[in-house]
Design a protein around this ligand. Sequence first.
Ligand code: ADE
Length: 223
Amino acid sequence: MRIDIITIFPEMFDGPFNHSMIKRSQAKGLAEIHIHNLRDYSDNKHRKVDDYPFGGGAGMVMMIQPIADCIDKLKSERNYDEVIFMTPDGSLFDQPMANKLSMATNLIIMCGHYKGIDERLRENYFTSEISIGNYVLTGGELAAAVVTDAVIRLLPGVLSDETSALSDSFQDNLLSPPVYTRPSEYNGWIVPDVLMSGNEKEIKKWQYEKAVERTRIRRPDML
Ligand code: ADE
């Protein structure tokens, strides 16, 4: 899978994508992430990417030209399954959306900024608009990193134990059951006996019951 991210802050992606699993997925050739500095596509001599809004109002608006040129160039090089715009008024990102995007071969993710982008881009360029939650971030960069992480970890071979993505919270509409590791006793706090019993069937039953109980208490909307 290839993901092209368009941003005015390319450095913001140095951290999230150069560690752990996302780094490994790139090293293994399972994912390719390309970061494009939007200012490189501006035909303005000051590399301007925004302008005042027609009709007045606070804040600047991202202009069509640099974004359109960047997307057009990428599209001339390969086919994209989705051209996504990160925005707080997009569809709320969830696990089914991550699952669907993980089937794609090529994705473009555009990070929004300022008060917004020229509406004509939204009407003509993007195939979907995604929000990662009902709050406003300073820009779409962190949101794009969240979506990229959630999608890439689902690619076969990225997680060392493939079943671990399948058993995530949300994949089966249940939260995960509690987990424990050594020592079996700490500060008088003990691990549930059943997990120490070696009885595979009883352990699976206990884990399922705890997952259902946890979901009922914390997220009854998921049941
Ligand atoms: N840009 C600013 N806030 C955002 C959000 N919540 N989701 C996606 N993009 C954003």
